[in-house]
Design a protein around this ligand. Structure first.
Ligand SMILES: [Zn+2]
Length: 230
């Protein structure tokens, strides 16, 4: 006797031929896993650290090569400290809010992660989106990549597991639930948007390194506004 397979609706992702994973779902198994991980069901693969590296280095070069290097670094340190304090003071809300904010705090509290690195990573993801928009099919995909690279700055976002095949313990990135990623993303964008915008504005017009530097210098020459608005 052949068991009849129950009919399932097609997956809602454009171009996917799968069927939904349950009668309540909109997506197939594969697409919902991608959506959870990358924030977008059409995104097969996230951005690797190696892919982000040149963009991060460009931002670092901009800061470190600037005449106002000291004040830009101070701005980033202030931003780092201010974000941490704001998060500490507002640690509450729904379970996902708490988890998202706590995940951000864990990275910001890590003394091994300098403020400059945080700024360069976040601005680096912004810069990459400007240069390679196809890697970020949606705003949500961008937020998820941003959070992932921010969290990967610190060892606290990793766990260890025992790999029986190699007989050794392996490092593994601890995934955050999508609802918490959304909260974390909002915090990061809000805090670092101004710094990222300065980097982007300069880069968009194809200016020479010297011109970009001058523009960033001018933007950070004044100490006011060194902290994000709450
Ligand atoms: Zn699908």
């Amino acid at each position: 006797m052949t068991a009849l397979r129950r009919w399932r609706a097609p997956c809602k992702t454009q171009g996917c031929r799968g069927t939904v994973r349950s009668s309540f779902a909109r997506l197939c198994f594969r697409c919902s896993a991608r959506s959870r991980r990358h924030g977008d069901a059409t995104l097969r693969k996230g951005i690797t650290k190696r892919e982000l590296e040149p963009f991060k280095r460009e931002v670092l070069g901009l800061v470190l090569g600037s005449e106002n290097r000291e004040s830009i670094e101070q701005v980033l340190r202030d931003l780092h400290a201010h974000t941490r304090e704001t998060l500490r003071a507002n640690l509450g809300g729904t379970v996902w809010q708490r988890r998202g904010l706590a995940a951000a705090l864990r990275v910001l509290n890590d003394p091994e992660v300098p403020a400059l690195d945080v700024g360069a990573t976040i601005a680096g993801v912004f810069l990459m989106r400007q240069r390679e928009p196809k890697r970020f099919p949606s705003d949500r995909a961008f937020t998820f990549q941003l959070c992932r690279h921010f969290r990967k700055l610190s060892d606290v976002s990793y766990g260890r597991y025992w790999d029986t095949r190699s007989g050794s313990s392996q490092r593994m990135y601890k995934e955050l639930r999508p609802q918490a990623v959304e909260v974390l993303g909002e915090v990061l964008v809000m805090a670092y948007a101004r710094f990222a915008a300065q980097v982007l504005m300069s880069a968009r017009h194809g200016k020479s390194a010297a011109e970009i530097r001058a523009q960033v210098d001018a933007a950070f020459a004044t100490p006011e506004g060194s902290t994000p608005s709450p």
